[in-house]
Design a protein around this ligand. Structure first.
Ligand code: SF4
Length: 377
């Protein structure tokens, strides 16, 4: 059986954060649990497709939104259902996202016992003023407490998400958040630069020139500080650091442009060279499932060349880059077939490294990856 990832999306949160452009909206637990019942029907239907039956799922990721908005009991049933419907590989990585205010020790114990073995906590900052500025629903103290409870509940693989480049954030505040995170010794850290997205509260404030963001130099200082403080972690992707053996296998599959099934409003699947985007609106999504209609909003069949390019773009996000021979074998295409002399030229300009049968970004280019990747699209 071929391997794939499974993603389940729960698009509700207690409140919308000011920077958030994810497919999430404020919703009550009752609303989210009603959605979960519909999601269960969809999981059963998706489990019967020939594609699902030909694949073994080596990762499951329950994300959102805030999955822990629904009860731990309901999340345990969801995982049980996945085990009964899909072939889940032994030793599968099973992640769940949680916000610090939405978990108790009892919840975490139930989740761990049900088989969730990786917890991703959306901490974002350990500075209460910055958390308020982001519109987060939790305090720094709640984040530390949630981490402690997760450990106590038996989670040994925990990611913390943090964001830098926040409005009004100083280098010292970033340093303090990083040091607080490091003192907790998580196995994984996802450290993202804030991006201002249209349609968010921050997007509106930025358009009105009411957002005071760190300068390019300050951002570069934050990135340099990050690399210095995280020297005991392995940076394996532009924004992701882990202790050895704790890379997020689910996301690594995305960056390798592997196959995955996404279930839920706004989820994306990549199966047999085809990308399928699900209806993003949860109400419409639930209506489609209820009527037994297709939930897919957009389907795109990708040519070998398009998949080759995507694999390069995503693979270059990984610090180790891509194995050129494996790429050629997978697609029957060479770098020259797809890019002509471009990769060689970028290599001569010091923007790409072509050595030992690998293609990767020079370490110094990682923070500026988009400049190179935009030329390879
Ligand atoms: S908790 Fe996450 S998904 Fe929900 S609004 Fe905030 S950033 Fe978006």
């Amino acid at each position: 059986m071929r391997e794939a990832g499974l993603y389940l999306h729960i698009p509700f949160c207690q409140a919308k954060c000011h920077y958030c452009a994810f497919n999430s909206r404020p919703g009550s637990r009752a609303r989210a649990e009603k959605y979960l019942q519909v999601l269960s029907s969809k999981i059963k239907a998706d489990g019967r497709t020939p594609w699902s039956q030909e694949h073994s799922f080596s990762t499951i990721f329950v994300g959102g939104g805030t999955p822990t908005l629904v009860s731990a009991k309901a999340l345990c049933h969801l995982l049980d259902l996945c085990f009964s419907v899909f072939a889940i590989a032994s030793g599968a990585e099973i992640s769940i996202e949680a916000n610090p205010h939405s978990v108790s020790l009892a919840d975490l114990e139930l989740l761990r016992q049900a088989g969730y073995n990786r917890l991703s906590l959306g901490v974002q900052s350990f500075d209460d003023d910055l958390l308020t500025g982001l519109g987060r629903s939790h305090s720094s103290q709640q984040a530390t407490a949630a981490y402690g409870m997760a450990r106590q509940a038996g989670f040994t693989n925990i990611n913390l998400d943090l964001i830098y480049g926040l409005p009004g954030q100083s280098l010292l505040q970033w340093q303090q958040s990083l040091e607080t995170a490091l003192a907790l010794a998580p196995t994984h850290l996802a450290l993202y630069e804030l991006t201002i997205e249209e349609g968010t509260r921050f997007g509106t404030l930025a358009a009105e020139k009411k957002l005071s963001l760190p300068s390019e130099d300050e951002l570069a200082d934050m990135e340099e500080l990050t690399r210095a403080l995280l020297s005991s972690y392995h940076q394996y992707e532009i924004s992701n650091y882990s202790l050895p053996g704790h890379e997020c296998r689910h996301n690594v599959n995305y960056w390798h442009n592997g196959s995955y099934l996404g279930v839920g409003a706004g989820a994306v699947s990549f199966m047999a060279g085809q990308r399928i985007n699900e209806e993003a609106d949860p109400v419409r999504y639930m209506e489609c499932v209820g009527r037994g209609e297709s939930t897919s909003k957009e389907e795109e069949s990708l040519s070998s060349k398009a998949r080759f390019r995507e694999t390069i773009i995503m693979g270059l996000r990984m610090v180790d880059g891509l194995d050129i021979s494996a790429l050629q074998q997978r697609f029957g295409l060479s770098l020259e077939d797809v890019y002509g002399s471009l990769c060689q030229e970028l290599s001569e300009q010091g923007l790409l490294l072509l050595e030992d049968d690998r293609l990767r970004l020079p370490t110094a280019m990682l923070p500026l990856a988009n400049q190179v990747l935009s030329q390879l699209v």
